[in-house]
Design a protein around this ligand. Structure first.
Ligand code: SAM
Length: 276
C-alpha cells in the first residue's frame, strides 16, 4: 500500500462515526505487535470483528491462511477497496457481527481464531456471544478499553472482579498481553486500551450453565450485600434454605459474592442444580 491511510480516508470523503467506536490503528509497529501477540500462524483462519480501514486486516492477511473481516459500516467500502487490494486471502463481510448466526457460520468455516480491535460500545456483547455460542472458536486476541481488560482478567477479591469475569472463566483463561496508549489511535479516543488474549480451554465443567449464570449474576446483583441475601432475592429462597446451601458448600454465611473464585461459583451452582 503506497498511500498513507489518512490520505486514503480523506480522499474517499470518509467521516468517522463515533457511535460505531471508530478509532483506527495506523501505526505499523503496533499492527505487527498485535498480530505477533495473537500467536496466529499460517494454518489458521482468523475472524476480525470491525475491520475499519483494513490496516489490521492487511497485517493479518500477510500472516494467516484466511481472514474473514466483518464490518457494519458500508461507507468504508471504497477505502477497503484500496487498502486491501491484492490481499487475496481477505474477505470483507458487511454485516453486524452481533446478528451473525454462529452455528451456520461455523458449519461453513470450521475452526477459527478471533483477532480484532473491538468497537468499545459493544465489547461485552461481542465477547459473550463468542463465549456462549461459539463451538469452533479456539481463542481470541482482542483490543479493548483498558479498564474492561482489567475486569476480564481480574482475580476474586478485587474491585475489578465481577459477573463478566466469572462468565468468561467458564470457557476461557485470559491475560493482558499488551497495553496501548490512546495516542496510537486515529482519531484519538478518551481512554487507553489493552490487548487481551483468551485461551478457550473449558476451564471447569458445570452441570447446568443457566444455573451457573443465574448464581453469578445474583452474587454481583448488589455487591454490598452478602451472598446469602443476594441468593434469597434471586432464587426466592427462605433464609434457612440459603444458609443450608451455603453451609453445604463450605461458604461463610457472611461472604460476599466477590470473594468466591469461578470454581467455587461452579460448585455452588452444581449443588443448587441438584438440591433445589
Ligand atoms: N480494525 C480497525 C482498526 O484497528 O483500525 C477498526 C477498529 S474500530 C475500533 C471498530 C470497527 O468496528 C469500526 O470500523 C466499526 O464501524 C466496526 N463495528 C462497530 N460495530 C460493529 C458490529 N456490530 N459488527 C461489525 N463491525 C462493527
Amino acid at each position: 500500500m503506497e498511500k498513507d491511510i489518512k490520505t486514503i480516508l480523506a480522499e474517499c470523503g470518509f467521516s468517522f462515526k463515533k457511535q460505531l467506536g471508530q478509532n483506527f490503528i495506523t501505526d505499523k509497529n503496533l499492527l505487527s505487535s498485535i498480530v505477533a501477540a495473537s500467536g496466529v500462524g499460517k494454518e489458521v483462519t482468523v475472524i476480525e470483528i470491525g475491520c475499519g480501514a483494513g490496516t489490521l486486516t492487511r497485517a493479518l492477511s500477510e500472516r494467516v491462511k484466511k481472514v474473514i473481516a466483518f464490518e457494519v459500516d458500508k461507507t468504508l467500502q471504497p477505502v477497503l477497496a484500496q487498502t486491501l487490494s491484492g490481499c487475496t486471502n481477505a474477505e470483507v463481510v458487511f454485516r453486524d457481527f452481533l446478528k451473525v448466526g454462529l452455528k451456520e457460520f461455523e458449519k461453513e468455516q470450521g475452526e477459527y481464531f478471533v483477532v480484532a480491535n473491538l468497537p468499545y460500545y459493544v465489547t461485552t456483547p461481542l465477547i459473550m456471544k463468542l463465549i456462549e455460542e461459539s463451538e469452533k472458536c479456539k481463542g481470541l486476541s482482542v483490543m479493548v478499553q483498558e479498564e474492561v481488560a482489567e475486569r476480564f482478567c481480574a482475580k476474586e477479591g478485587t474491585p475489578e472482579y465481577g459477573a463478566i469475569t466469572a462468565m468468561i472463566a467458564l470457557r476461557a483463561e485470559c491475560e493482558i498481553t499488551k497495553r496501548v496508549p490512546r495516542t496510537l489511535f486515529y482519531p484519538r479516543p478518551n481512554v487507553d486500551s489493552a490487548v487481551v488474549k483468551f485461551t478457550f480451554c473449558n476451564r471447569f465443567a458445570v452441570k447446568d450453565k443457566a444455573v451457573y449464570k443465574k448464581v453469578v449474576h445474583a452474587a454481583f446483583s448488589s455487591r454490598r450485600k452478602t451472598l446469602e441475601n443476594n441468593l434469597v432475592s434471586a432464587f426466592k429462597l427462605t433464609r434457612e434454605k440459603a444458609r443450608e446451601v451455603l453451609t453445604a458448600c463450605g461458604i461463610d454465611l457472611k461472604a460476599r459474592g466477590e470473594t468466591l473464585s469461578p470454581e467455587r461459583f461452579a460448585a455452588l451452582a452444581d449443588y443448587m442444580t441438584t438440591a433445589l
